[in-house]
Ligand binder design. Structure first.
Ligand code: GAL
Length: 688
């Protein structure tokens, strides 16, 4: 189990470094991410290089038995870069420059930025690739975090190249894909295409989708460029960068194959009532990016952050509870931003492993206790193919469904979290996958708002149901193809036969909104949904409401399980089920509110026969399975009792019933029944 933090010794005089190493040992730290923002210290001017300080720090860490995850330091170009090469600066959609003075002020597609960053990486790699302290590489930092899109001239030029490649140099193919007959948008050549800069009105949505793909690809190219240089210099250590969970600008599913190990940053908001659910979703998404391979929690806060409007600390015990949630869901490393609290700069109020107030503090005690407990854990099983339930979550669909000019505004992440929440609350372990990744290893699949559905995704979902799976999909799904264009033949053209439905109308509800703001490393939490428009439906004798839409669908073989009780679609199906092949496909024609969603999900769980990790899970107790390891966490304020037969992984004692105090964590070895399928792939953790 790795334990550590970002380490920024360049913010401190040399006298402090020895104390750092000594206190790291005291806290149980065994790895640090070194020098993430040290570019200006390493290269104070274009032709001046200073590695002496870094040599010293690395030697001290090595002597102290602390491994180094060495940063490539490219995330914040020094002032001389911006002053001498202003063409490296990104711009917003108005053409205004993002100026230096903060961080991440580089245009990802800028050839000059790439050249300068590449030279920095080459020098670092050549110097340290064979150093025994260096066990891993940290490329850049949170690519795209502050700058989700760049509209600079560098981006314009790179976009044209990207489009030529995508459309085989055939401008007619681009015109077809974007539907440019609309509004006189037909392009005569790729040189006529611009980034979607400020325009009088809506940009072509198909072009927006390509611009988002391009943006994700440019950030990925920066990562790959650095990775290539590291490998050329002889680096043999795992190479990665830090992800930010469900981060809209970067399609991490396309990135994952290029990460030797997935590393994630997660900052649950103590004030978010759904923080446990939201963080569980993030960790499940991260685990699902590389099935069978443990991932690393690369950044979390020990206590308060500095970047929300108000920044409360964590409740006592939450540090262990939140760390255990990661371990339970596949992590083999628990790390923080950062080791020592800064005394200057924008993040001086951000908590750290070593607080500014020193070691005689609540936070230091929590940090050392956590370190000791992690160090004493037995070796954990690799996360296997433990989940029998999958939730479909797709970046391209996310990008497309949130474009403007739709029947209603959908906050895709907020909606996915709501659907996920109904599974999480019942103690079901969930993989979070692309539609193409759905296979018969799952028994139940939920696919909310799958607006953009690629042919291959539709085929996989169809095969899944035909082979005996249970599918629940819902409003605003299967509307467009991969170019954000309607397919011929209406809507639900791909899944209609599986669902036994014909789709007629969206039935947007007045003033409806999902009300969320998105999560991410530095995102705000999801607000509770508030909608003006609502529709009623009755399921198993109880009355519920739906929001966003009340679609008109016609059964073509599907059984109507619930019908709308009011509104334009009164009497029409609100929930249907349809046997298809060996399986069954359900459709809900509105976004059910709270209890309604829970009731709908309960019905499909029942139909699918999937079972929770433990039965009768008390509210606020979280459970997850990782191979033979079952983790139980009481996030609530009162004691809770859970029945589970197994062996306590820490004490070795047999258990059958547990009493969990508030924030208490127990790791129980309880082999899964034969129903749990496994994959054999696993990373060799000893290599880290
Ligand atoms: C992360 C970032 C760190 C630090 C941290 C503060 O997004 O990678 O460098 O800024 O947030 O919470």
């Amino acid at each position: 189990m790795l334990y550590g933090a970002d380490y920024n010794p360049d913010q401190w005089p040399e006298e402090v470094w020895d104390e750092d190493v000594r206190l790291m040992q005291e806290a149980g730290v065994n790895i640090v991410s070194l020098g993430i923002f040290a570019w200006s210290r390493i290269q104070p001017a274009e032709d001046v290089w200073d590695f002496a300080w870094l040599d010293t720090v690395i030697e001290k860490l090595h002597a102290g038995g602390i491994a180094v995850n060495l940063a490539t330091a490219t995330a914040s170009p020094p002032p001389w870069v911006s002053a001498r090469y202003p063409e490296t600066l990104p711009t917003d959609e108005n053409g205004a420059s993002y100026w230096p003075g903060s961080r991440q002020h580089f245009a990802p597609s800028s050839p000059v930025y790439r050249r300068l960053a590449g030279e920095l990486v080459r020098r670092i790699a050549e110097r340290y690739a064979r150093h025994p302290a260096v066990v891993m590489w940290h490329v850049g930092n949170e690519f795209g975090c502050h700058l989700p899109m760049d509209f600079s001239d560098a981006a314009r030029d790179a976009y044209r190249v990207w489009l030529r490649r995508k459309y085989d140099d055939d401008i007619a193919a681009l015109n077809d894909a974007w539907g440019t007959s609309f509004w006189s948008q037909r392009y005569g050549s790729f040189e006529e295409v611009f980034p979607p800069r400020l325009a009088p009105y809506s940009h072509n949505p198909s072009s927006m989708l390509d611009y988002r793909r391009f943006t994700s690809d440019m950030l990925l190219e920066c990562y790959l460029l650095e990775r290539e240089i590291l490998l050329e210099a002889g680096a043999t250590q795992p190479i990665t960068t830090n992800f930010m969970g469900p981060f809209k600008p970067a399609d991490y599913r396309r990135w994952a194959p290029f990460m030797d190990v997935i590393a994630d940053d997660c900052y649950p908001d103590p004030a978010n009532p759904h923080r446990v659910r939201d963080a569980a979703f993030q960790r499940d998404l991260i685990r699902s990016l590389k099935p069978g391979v443990p991932w690393l929690l690369w950044e979390q806060a020990t206590d308060a952050v500095n970047w929300r409007p108000s920044n409360p600390g964590k409740r006592p015990g939450a540090l262990m509870a939140e760390s255990a949630q990661s371990i339970a869901r596949g992590a083999d490393g628990i790390m923080f931003f950062q080791w020592r609290q800064s005394r200057a700069g924008s993040e001086k109020f951000h908590s750290a492993m070593l607080p500014h107030a020193g070691t005689g503090t609540r936070v230091w005690n929590a940090v050392t206790e956590l370190g000791a407990r992690l160090a004493a854990l037995p070796e954990l099983p690799a996360p296997g193919r433990d989940a029998r339930v999958a939730l479909v979550f797709d970046w391209e669909s996310w990008w497309a469904v949130e474009e403007r000019d739709h029947p209603t505004r959908v906050d895709y992440l907020a909606l996915s979290l709501e659907w996920y929440g109904a599974l999480h609350a019942r103690g079901l372990l969930v993989d979070i996958v692309a539609p193409e990744d759905v296979d018969d290893g799952y028994d139940l699949v939920l696919a909310p708002a799958l607006y953009l559905l690629r042919d291959a995704g539709a085929a996989a979902l169809t095969r899944f149901v035909a082979a005996g799976g249970t599918l629940l999909t819902g409003p605003f799904s299967d509307i467009v193809d991969e170019h954000d264009q309607f397919r011929d033949g209406g809507f639900l053209t791909q899944l209609g036969p599986v669902l036994g439905l014909r789709f007629e109308d969206f039935g947007a509800l007045a003033g409806a909104t999902t009300g969320g703001t998105g999560v991410g490393a530095q995102g705000a939490h999801i607000a509770d949904s508030a909608s003006a428009g609502a529709v009623a439906f009755t399921l198993e004798g109880s009355s519920f409401s739906g929001r966003l839409v009340a679609e008109t669908v016609h059964p073509m073989g599907a059984e109507v399980v619930a019908a709308f009780a009011d509104g334009l679609a009164v009497g029409r199906p609100a929930l249907t089920r349809h046997p298809y092949g060996e399986g069954e496909a359900w459709y809900v024609a509105t976004q059910p509110v709270a209890d309604g969603l829970d009731a709908v999900v309960a019905a499909v769980i029942e139909a699918s026969g999937v079972r929770p990790v433990v039965d009768d899970l008390p509210a606020d107790v979280e459970v997850a399975r990782r191979g033979d390891l079952v983790t139980l966490i009481n996030h609530g304020d009162v004691d809770a009792e859970v029945s589970i037969e197994g062996t306590d992984a820490e004490s070795g004692r047999a258990v059958d019933r547990l009493s969990l105090a508030s924030q208490e964590v127990r790791f129980i070895l309880a082999p899964a029944g034969p129903a749990s399928r496994r994959v054999s792939a696993r990373v060799d953790a000893s290599a880290l």
